[in-house]
Design a protein around this ligand. Sequence first.
Ligand code: GDP
Ligand code: IMO
Ligand code: MG
Length: 427
Amino acid sequence: MPVTVVVGAQWGDEGKAKVIDLLSKDHGYVVRYQGGHNAGHTVVVGDERYALQLIPSGILYDHVVPVIANGVVVDMPTLFTEMDALERRGISCERLMVSSHAHLIFPWHQAWDALAEAGRGEAKIGTTLKGIGPAYADKARRVGLRAGDVLDPTSFAAALKERAAVENALLVASGGASIDVDAIVAQFVVFAARLAPYVRDTVSELHEALAAGHQLLLEGAQATFLDLDHGTYPYVTSSNPTAGGACVGTGLGPRDIDRIVGITKAYTTRVGAGPFPTELVGDPGGDLGDKLVDIGREFGTVTGRRRRPGWIDCVMLRQAVRLNSLTELALTKLDVFDTFESVKVCTGYRLGDSVLANYPDRMELLADVEPIYAEFPGWNRSLADIREPNDLPMEAQDFVRLIEMEVGVPIRIVGVGAERDDYLLWS
Ligand code: GDP
Ligand code: IMO
Ligand code: MG
């Protein structure tokens, strides 16, 4: 299949990077299509743990061309820190391409992110404070600087100076701390010179790669329910992680895409605020939630925050199938339940006296729904070494089968551990 999209089906951190690493074996190009360094994508190879924020997870293979496409917002300091760290570990970043249309993040974006969060009082979104929302806002306001702008150093320096001065004045007028305009200009002119050799017309590069017979893997960051249009607004990110965003964010057309893989954990997590119907809170739920967080190591790669834990939610996943045209699911972290007495799957939502037919379109409704659960006995053994579906304990097979039936698309990959090879092909 020439073009495959990998998209998070929940609220992020589903294990997208591990699945992308696995699929990268068969792909010539791995392309990030939205988001920025708010993402934290972890790949474990033997004793090595790679935590990537901006660079596509396919970078670990020599044959892969990693591409940061137009839909991404690029924080140059993070990009270079990440490149240097990879190079130190023997992974070359020479073949990286950055779209000339990708927007750049600057320190004022982070300052605005912090100011906006502070201004929200109790109603904080819980952003990563990386400046993602303000950078996309500048893109929409048509005042952003793009990667292609660095190719003309003189006009880039002038535009940078002007933008920094304007933003500084606005920040101060809004009660924010001032930014050091001269220091930012001096620093970012140097970053710009370093970025220039990587800047490309990635739309042409990708279409030519496709025409030459290469397979492309489009890597989503964040997830379906953090999507600016379709997620739990305003508790969302400022881009479109859903599969449609893969077209907009790369310049490939909808008909170029063949396979769309939704990634879900065997349970659900969410970082930051917002409604979460199947969240495990309070006793005895609190203990089970803590157990999930401990065993699943559910702490953010980027911010170190504890992720909120809960049961898997098939109502969400059915909506994810619709929103993304998912052709299949990958179910990760099944092994996290190895020591659980019992496990639950949410199959529907009750609201008052009725069972909802669709995912609620309004956040207030989502906050009020009551999940309907199917409960399974646990399997009480380690899944780590299992590589064949038939070798899974019956209880685990029943659990996977119910999810597959409820969601209505085949599950292809099941994760049974964090390492690269800890998975089995279910169907
Ligand atoms: P992403 O943002 O979707 O790429 O996911 P993250 O990398 O933020 O979080 C997923 C975490 O789960 C990472 O630490 C992975 O190493 C780990 N992981 C992925 N798949 C599995 C699995 O099947 N089992 C276990 N135990 N860990 C997994
Ligand atoms: P990956 O790619 C989980 C969440 C933040 C916050 C909201 C808005 O690793 O799955 P932002 O800084 O984007 O404006 O924050 O989105 N968020 C993520 N949660 N995984 C991520 O990325 C996330 N990226 C952003 O916690 O609730
Ligand atoms: Mg993550």
